[in-house]
Design a protein around this ligand. Structure first.
Ligand SMILES: *Cc1c(COP(=O)(O)O)cnc(C)c1O
Length: 357
């Protein structure tokens, strides 16, 4: 499929963000976006890269009422030799279609997903920031735009991609975040949509997040929806716990998101001399293992958050500090290795990098 390139008028080109330490996360957007439409009976049509601009949508569009929506998140990095690297984008393409299947959005050919992103990034290459810890965050999404109030899968959808130059996801940067275990609200249940990257999961998480924030915590750690007993994940991160050099994470049980970063940590850890295990983690056992000092570090993993150390963990009335509030060695090593591969400072021994032409 060819992409129609709609030029951006010179006077509409935005100024780049001069001070890259002020980027934050998802505050600025590049000059262009990719849009491809899907119509029942026709398939994918009208692929275009056009000036970044608001959509004009019918207020009856299905996405506004029944949340038929999915999204992805990946990053482009500018290497010192000037090349632009994407990290495992095929995983995002595959997961996008898995998410879409769950909410009855049409599958998009992986080639279209990948080529579209590459072409957009290539046109916007000047927007990829270069300062340490920065990148160009890429946000593909699909929405249902058929204007009808009956509950049904939409027969008109938009696939679109927008991009934002970003710094650290958390204001604290690479510093420990404090996390509260949520034992009232749940994020996902067996058979629900927890495994899909769909907007509704986030809408239903906001209230717990707000209440945690009021108590001074940055994020909520979700427990399983059936017994509220087993560790699932944090808002946009999978969770890991280090018992010395043994690293444990929850298994992909259908209600947690299958993170690309999670998978990368599981593959990198053994070559760094750590052992990994995917197993159910009972929150009561976890708390007692932290209390007794068996758990030495905890960290989250996600594209946006990369590897984020956990400082304090609160469950019911108990607050425990991990690693003395410092960044642990396992966490630091995984962060350095992962970001080293992403930015070309370390060899890409798994073939994870895909360059943008
Ligand atoms: C996106 C996301 C993650 C992290 O996945 P990555 O592929 O590593 O970015 C974890 N949990 C949830 C709920 C997510 O939406």
């Amino acid at each position: 499929m060819e992409f129609q390139i709609v030029p951006v008028p010179a006077e509409k080109l935005k100024a780049k963000i001069a001070d890259q330490s002020q980027l934050g996360f998802g505050k600025y957007f590049t000059d262009r976006m990719l849009v491809v439409e899907w119509k029942g009976g026709q398939g994918w049509v009208d692929a275009r890269i056009e000036p970044y601009a608001p959509f004009s949508l019918d207020p009856a569009s299905l996405v506004f009422h029944y949340a038929q929506e999915i999204f992805e998140g990946l990053k482009a990095y500018k290497w010192v030799d000037g090349r632009i690297a994407l990290f495992r984008p095929e995983m995002n393409a595959r997961r996008f279609n898995q998410s879409g299947d769950r909410v009855c959005l049409p599958p998009i050919p992986e080639e279209l997903f990948l080529k579209g992103i590459e072409e957009l990034v290539s046109l916007e290459r000047e927007w990829v920031p270069t300062a340490e810890g920065t990148s160009l965050y890429i946000r593909p999404a699909m929405i249902a735009v058929e204007p009808v109030l009956g509950v049904k899968p939409s027969d008109h959808c938009y696939f679109f991609v927008i991009m934002s130059p970003v710094g650290a996801y958390y204001a604290a940067g690479f510093n420990p975040v404090n996390i509260m275990v949520e034992d009232h609200y749940v994020r996902a249940v067996p058979g629900g949509t927890g495994e899909a990257k769909t907007g509704g999961n986030y809408a239903s998480s906001l209230k717990a997040g707000l209440e945690a924030k009021k108590k001074g915590y940055d994020q909520v750690l979700w427990l399983d929806g059936r017994e509220r007993r087993f560790i699932e994940e944090v808002g946009a991160m999978n969770m890991f716990f280090a018992y010395g050099s043994h690293i444990v994470t929850a298994p992909l049980n259908g209600s947690i998101l299958s993170g690309v970063t999670r998978d990368s940590v599981l593959k990198l850890a053994p070559i760094l001399g750590y052992t990994v295990e995917e197993r159910q983690i009972d929150v009561n056992d976890l708390m007692s293992d932290i209390r007794s000092g068996k758990v030495t570090e905890a960290f989250g993993s996600g594209t946006a958050a990369v590897i984020t150390p956990v400082g304090k963990l609160c469950y019911r009335d108990e607050v425990l500090q991990l690693t003395g509030g410092q960044v642990g060695t396992v966490t630091q090593k995984l962060y350095d290795t992962l970001t080293g591969i992403q930015t070309g400072k370390l060899p890409d021994q798994f073939g994870w990098i895909r360059f943008v032409a």
